[in-house]
Structures are given as C-alpha cells and as structure tokens.
Write a protein that binds this ligand. Structure first.
Ligand SMILES: [Zn+2]
Length: 605
C-alpha cells in the first residue's frame, strides 16, 4: 500500500483498510507541509463542549491491531518477515541505570532471537530529550539543555555497546526529523478535532512530567513514584481529547486480550480505561525546552506526546528518503511495532494514551505492550538516598556483559519484580555458565585433543537417538522458541541450561578418560561418542543461548572450530542435532568463561 502521491488525500491509515467502514473524509488534498505559517485550517480552536466530531479515524480500531495475516498491503511479504521491537526511549536527564539496562537487554535478546529465525528485525531504542526536568538537570550542571542531552545520550549508547546490545536505530527526540514528524502528527490530530484549548488546574509531578489525579497520589498529594509533593499548577494548555476514544479503547482490550502483557498489567489498564478516560494536556506554556507547538509559539509540545512518536521517527530514520510523515512508517517500514517493552511505571502512557494518539493520527496500533517489573537490590528499592544504586556500567566492567545479561534474563521472571543480590549473581553465573558450559566444554575439548588428535572422531548425527545427552537436547531445545516468543527469557534459559547441565553430568557418569585407557574397542568407541555428544550439545546450546549470551556463544563456536560468523550465521535451524562432522578440527582448548569472584566488600556486608 504505497501512497499514490506525496500528499495523498485523507483516508483511513489503518492497516486493514478493507475492514474500515469509514470512507475517506473530503479534505484538503494539498495540505501544507508545515504549520509555520498561520493557516486558515486553524481559524478557531474547537470548543471544549462540542459534542459532534468529524470522525475520520478508523472505526475498526480494534481490528487495526493488524495481525500479519490481516495486512492487506502490497508489502505483505515484507511485513510478514519483519519484526519490530522497541525499548522505552530513555529520559536523558541522568545517566543510565539498571532500570534502563534491564529492558534493553531483554529487547536485544528478543531481537537476536528473531534474527536467528531469519526475520528482518528492527530494534529501536533511543533517548527522550525534552521537558522541564531535563532543562533543570542541565542547569544544575552548568550546561545548556542541548549539551546535557548530547552527553547523556552518548552514555546510553556507550552502555549498550558494553552490554553487546545491537540496536538497529537509536532515535533522539531532539533531531530535526523527529520534530518535523511530531508537528505533522499534531496537525493531523488537530484536523481530526481532537485538540482544544482549556485552562487546567491540578497537581503536577515534575519527576513524572505528569498531572496526577487525586487517586494516583499518596496522602498530602505525594507522588508515589518520586515521594515528592506534587506542585499545584494552573495553566492554559492544549488538550488531547482522549475521552473520545473511550469506546474504541474498550474495544481494543475486549478483542485483543494480549495487547497488554502480562495479564496483571492488562487488568490494571482495563481498570483505568473502564474507570473513564479524561482528556489530557499536550502542551506546556512554561516549558521552553521542547518542540514548539504548531500554530502557537507560546507553547511547547508535552514531552510524552513528543517522545512516543520517537518509535515511528526511528523507523523512518532507517529508511533513507522516507521523509517525516508518520504514516509512511506503516508502508513496510516496520510500523506497527510487534512489541513495546516498557517498565510498568509508564504503562498508562503506552497502553492508554498512545493507542488513542495513534488512532487520532490514523495509524495502526502496536501489536503488544509488555510491561516488565521493578528491580530491587538486596530486597530494597534502589535509590540514591539509600546509597544502594546498582550501576550497570560498573557491573559490566567487573563481570562482563554475558554474566550480567544472563543473570537478569534468567533469574528474574520478565514481567515480575526481581531482586539483585551480588552473591546470588556470582553463584548462579558460576554454576551455569562457568561450570556447566565453560568448564564442561574445556574438559571435553582437552580430552578430545589428547585422545583424538583434536579432530571430531565421528558425525554427531550418528549418535544413537536414545543417547542421554541427545535425548535431553532434542527434548528441551524445542521448548525454547515458545519461551522466547512469549518473552519468557527465564524459561528459555532454563530449558537450554538443562541441556548443558545434562552434558556436564554425563561427562562425570561416563568418565571417558578411564574408557580411553581401556584396550577394548567398544570402550574407546563409547568414550569418543561421549565427547562428540557433549560437544554437539554445546554447539546447540551456543546457538539457542546466543540471544542471551552472544559473547559466550561466539566463543563456544570458535572453540569448536566452526567457520562463519558464529551462532547467528547458523540460524535457528542450526539447533537441529547433527551439526558436528567427523574430521572437524577443533581449536586449541582455552576457557570460554572466567569464573566470577565475589568482591571483598560484598562478602563483608
Ligand atoms: Zn512522580
């Protein structure tokens, strides 16, 4: 479904136009590109009390959650093969913390998994760089807002690099193309009759950059997230008519039970929606550091209305010449996203405001919003005041990215709250990665070098189907795709590690070092088979675990002497048993994973 011209007449932009009962509204076919010049299209603001709206958004909003099969676009194949995952766009007021590293590691694991499956992945991350809080942080550091966000944004990219995060697009909401996209969206939402001007008085949390309803605050108007008293503010702003989308949003949740996951979060969101949606202000008179509101230079765009569209501008930024019209991203450029991974603290923005904003802009909705839990350290909420902040940069520098990624994805059920205890971290990583994988591989390769001249003595495919290691591998690995696809990284890791665990255990049981000393040909054959079975299992483990531990997986394949670009080149089909061939030369055995050491300071505490 390519636009027929650069400026198509207004029409439904949902991805199931055939299902959309609304005919295109008669409208200007030559809309100006920007709102910089006073336009006759904005002669008067829509009155707050108007009860009939021009309904141009798709009335089948719920069905707009295009499943791949429903997409009737000419880019059907491209859509079927593409997979778009996003992290939150992190607020660039301070350095990245563990709470930003965590969903990014998860998104990277998911992206890597789908790349293994041969999908054309678009992994979007970035920084949200506008708003009052950023201007305040910059000032407190003696920097201009722009210098401040340059510095912060670079810190995020450095951390992603240290964590082996391979994103496809890193969007910054201060980029010119993003600003132009946001102004274009506001123009469209305005034409839809979804913006009006009104005076607002309420309790504002600067930390959240959000007006809080009475029921969302603790006693004394305290923000439950920031534990600070919300300011009473009164200003004249532009409002987004969220209330108009009440029925459509209810329909979304009725017809798409998986739109928000996990289920507990979904129930929370449904409760908010059913409680009645209130319009919210989308401009600020007192905030200078933001995108100037189209048609009214005295206001800037509310940071959330600006930032959420960063997901779309990121996709357009990946396609040279795609321009800045948000709707273009629906034409085979990766929108709608398959999943937004977010923290539960920003669930309302992603699961309530964002779908309504997209409907108003005539765009399809993301397929899923997944809200992960909060992290604690030693059972306590992390905070500067408690002095127990877990610095991801420091943790990666001390233990390496594979260990950090493995712990957070394996030990914490994604979607639930999770705790970090350094001693547990060291013990789990050592038992699983250093011992069951690293040490097992090293011992097996050393035996192979000594007894078989560093060459694989038989095809792994010739190992009998009821061999205990092969059995475990062929039983557990098929469980893994569903786990990854359900964002259950803990389950995926558990199934994979069961295979290496069985391999390590079998090495002890079979004791091939003793069998190699035997004069009996059958004993020798069993010893060889043992080594090959274990190496084959570890070859498979390396591919299956690549989404979680890409560095370790690559080193395992190097040790096995496998050519090519490592596990990612093998693809998921490489997890089928039988990849090691007779005569294959292995590399000189060297450790693939160094045991972690618990630092003194931690043991004393
Ligand atoms: Zn707050």
């Amino acid at each position: 479904m390519k636009p027929t011209s650069l400026r198509p007449t207004r029409r439904c932009w949902c991805s199931v136009p055939a299902a959309c009962s609304r005919s295109p509204r008669a409208g200007p076919s030559t809309a100006p590109q920007t709102l910089h010049t006073p336009s006759k299209r904005f002669p008067a603001l829509v009155s707050h009390n108007t009860t009939t709206w021009p309904s141009v958004f798709c009335s089948n909003a719920a069905r707009c959650l295009s499943t791949r099969s429903a997409a009737s676009s000419g880019d059907e194949d491209a859509m079927a093969n593409s997979f778009t995952v996003t992290t939150p766009l992190y607020y660039a007021n301070a350095s990245p913390h563990m709470g930003s590293a965590y969903p990014t590691m998860a998104a990277d694991a998911l992206a890597r998994y789908y790349r293994l499956r041969g999908r054309e992945v678009k992994f979007v991350t970035g920084t949200d760089e506008h708003g009052e809080k950023i201007a305040m942080s910059a000032e407190s550091r003696g920097l201009s807002p722009s210098e401040h966000v340059d510095k912060m944004s670079a810190e995020f990219r450095d951390l992603w690099s240290a964590l082996d995060v391979e994103y496809d697009a890193f969007v910054r909401t201060t980029s010119d193309s993003h600003k132009e996209l946001v102004r274009g969206v506001i123009e469209r939402v305005w034409e839809n009759g979804d913006i009006y001007k009104d005076r607002y008085e309420g309790h504002y949390c600067v930390g959240c950059e959000e007006y809080k309803a009475e029921g969302d605050m603790l006693e004394g108007n305290v923000c439950p997230i920031h534990q600070t008293v919300c300011e009473t503010r009164s200003e004249e702003n532009y409002f987004f008519r969220l209330s108009r989308y009440q029925n459509e949003l209810e329909e979304v949740f009725r017809t798409n039970p998986d739109f928000v996951m996990p289920e507990a979060r979904r129930n929370e969101v449904v409760g908010w929606v059913e409680g009645g949606l209130k319009d919210f202000s989308i401009s600020r008179g007192a905030v200078e550091w933001g995108i100037q509101f189209p048609s009214d230079p005295s206001q800037t765009v509310y940071v959330w209305f600006d930032a959420l569209f960063g997901y779309v501008s990121a996709l357009l930024g990946m396609a040279p010449g795609a321009g800045t019209d948000a709707r273009s991203a629906s034409d085979g450029l990766g929108w709608p996203a398959d999943v937004h991974i977010i923290g539960k603290d920003i669930l309302r923005f992603h699961a309530v405001y964002w779908p309504a904003m997209l409907m108003s802009a005539g765009m399809p909705l993301p397929k899923r919003v997944f809200g992960h839990g909060f992290l604690t350290k030693d059972g306590l909420k992390m905070g500067k005041s408690l002095g127990n902040v877990l610095d991801p940069t420091d943790l990666v520098a001390r233990h390496g990215s594979d260990a950090v990624r493995y712990y957070f994805l394996k030990e914490i059920n994604f979607g639930q709250d999770g705790d970090f205890v350094e001693e547990r971290f060291v013990n789990i990583v050592n038992a699983n990665l250093a011992n069951d994988v690293g040490n097992c591989l090293n011992r097996t390769l050393t035996l192979l070098k000594k007894n078989c001249g560093s060459r694989v003595p038989m095809d792994s495919g010739d190992i009998s189907e009821d061999h205990p290691v092969r059995l475990e591998c062929e039983r557990r690995i098929p469980e893994v795709p569903a786990a990854y696809e359900g964002l259950d990284f803990a389950k995926a890791a558990e199934s994979i590690l069961a295979v290496s665990g069985r391999g390590n255990q079998y090495l002890e049981e079979a004791a091939p070092w003793a069998l190699f000393k035997s004069e009996d040909e059958g004993d020798r054959r069993k010893a060889e088979e043992t080594l090959v079975a274990i190496l084959e299992a570890l070859r498979v483990v390396a591919i299956a675990l690549h989404p979680i531990t890409p560095g370790l997986s690559a080193r395992i394949h190097e040790q096995l002497g496998l050519p090519g670009a490592g596990p990612q080149a093998a693809g998921w089909e490489g997890t089928a048993w039988g990849g090691l061939c007779e005569g294959q030369e292995i590399a000189k055995p060297k450790p693939v994973f160094a045991r972690l050491e618990l630092e003194e300071a931690e043991t004393v505490a």
